[in-house]
Design a binder for this molecule. Structure first.
Ligand SMILES: *Cc1c(COP(=O)(O)O)cnc(C)c1O
Length: 401
């Protein structure tokens, strides 16, 4: 198995994902084979008993509990996040639900950022609510509101490194201190920033989750999720995943690992494109708002500047058109090369409409209170030539006038 080596740079760790698994075996493929098997075999009863007692690394029993492709991908994400360990699930929601279930019991309270991913809110409000886990929301850019929202039952605080779709950045170090003072844990969904931009565990977060469907995979061709944390916590989270059966499939783990090989390259280019685009849009009279944390007009710009690495601010730019749904439709129809796809993070630029997709789970009142209007378009910026992109977005904007 791959050695944890925190001294190597992310681009080196990523590029070498899945390699050197076969030093003592022939043939020695450079690309990791896909262990497309549900089960592994044993020599005899003594052999299986030895497996149960010693859990020798590199040995497996049943793919729901562990599989070489899944473990290889987990190890790389743990290294990139500077976490002790990681485990994987079949989707980002699989990771988030398993991490919560590994942490909380009936009677516990979970405090969520009010800008949290819609699925996380729906999970807590509609499903975990039935198991007597309570939830409330707070503005995580306002630390005194976070403190006053804690209850004696608060067990878990869940925030995001960059929120969707208004791209707020929160003070992870301060949130970790607040959580720990209250005897709670801090979980950060790092899907939008990726470990290339911020590593929440270094700032004190206890748990990091990812929708690997997004930047880790990076090609809009696979669903997956990853949880990072301490060895003890990952053991518990893995138990939840194996028991619920929300494990990641070997081929999907292989696709994510393949995506991670180019994560630093892709993501840096996407961030640079996003920054150029946001600056080009910043003073456009045809827009009501431009949200991007690199802009000094963004409400959390200073926090982002202090917290994020290498002057990178993520690859999502959100624009507010002056009109409503009709303007959004006009924009999309005039920019047919930019697909409307309610996801993000592929190498291809795509558009999303938070009002009708990611934020359907919130009431209309909540959406408006957060600043999510009908005219908002979220642009997931890809790796295309930036001048081509700017021309296509300009075509969309002309049609809204
Ligand atoms: C997409 C997403 C999720 C959910 O991930 P799935 O892979 O779709 O289950 C969770 N958090 C964030 C921030 C996301 O963008």
């Amino acid at each position: 198995m791959q050695q944890h080596d925190h001294n190597k740079q992310a681009s080196t760790i990523s590029a070498r994902t899945g390699e050197r698994h076969h030093d003592h075996e022939w043939p020695r493929p450079e690309s990791m084979p896909i262990y497309q098997t549900s089960v592994f075999t044993f020599d005899d009863v003594d052999d299986v008993l030895e497996y149960y007692t010693d859990r020798p690394p590199g040995r497996y029993l049943y793919s729901r509990n562990g599989n070489p492709n899944v473990v290889s991908m987990q190890e790389i994400v743990a290294q990139l996040e500077h976490a002790e360990n990681a485990c994987a699930s079949a989707s980002g929601m699989g990771a988030i639900s398993s991490a919560i279930m590994a942490t909380c019991s009936a009677g516990d309270h979970v405090l969520l950022s009010r800008e949290i991913y819609g699925g996380t809110l729906v999970l807590l409000r509609t499903l975990l609510h039935r198991f007597s886990i309570t939830v409330s929301l707070a503005d995580f850019t306002n630390l005194s509101e976070v403190v006053s929202s804690l209850t004696p039952a608060t067990r878990l605080i869940i925030g995001e490194s960059i929120t969707n779709p208004l791209l707020s950045v929160m003070d992870i170090k301060a949130l970790a201190d607040i959580a720990h003072d209250a005897g709670a844990l801090l979980m950060i969904d790092n899907t939008f920033a990726t470990p290339i931009v911020v590593r929440p565990i270094e700032l004190g977060a206890d748990i990091v989750v990812h929708s690997a469907t997004k930047y880790l995979g990076g090609h809009s061709d696979v669903s997956g999720g990853v949880i990072c944390g301490s060895n003890a916590f990952i053991e518990q989270a893995n138990h939840v995943i194996a028991t619920l059966g929300s494990n990641l499939a070997p081929f999907d783990a292989w696709l994510i690992a393949r995506g991670i090989k180019t994560l630093p390259l892709r993501f840096k280019q996407q961030c640079l494109n996003a920054q150029t685009l946001a600056k080009w849009l910043a003073n456009d009279e045809r827009l009501q708002h431009v949200y991007y944390p690199a802009l000094s007009t963004h409400s959390t710009h200073h926090l982002a500047k202090n917290q994020f690495a290498e002057e990178l601010y993520g690859a999502i730019v959100t624009i507010g058109l002056k009109g409503n749904k009709d303007a959004v439709n006009a924009f999309m129809r005039a920019a047919p090369s930019l697909p409307f796809a309610p996801s993000l993070a592929g190498v291809t630029t795509s558009l999303s409409h938070p009002w009708t997709t990611s934020h359907r789970g919130f009431t209309e009142q909540e959406r408006l209170a957060f600043g999510i209007t009908e005219g908002l378009i979220r642009i997931s910026v890809g790796v295309e030539n930036i001048q081509d992109l700017i021309e296509e977005i300009n075509d969309g904007l002309i049609a809204t006038m």
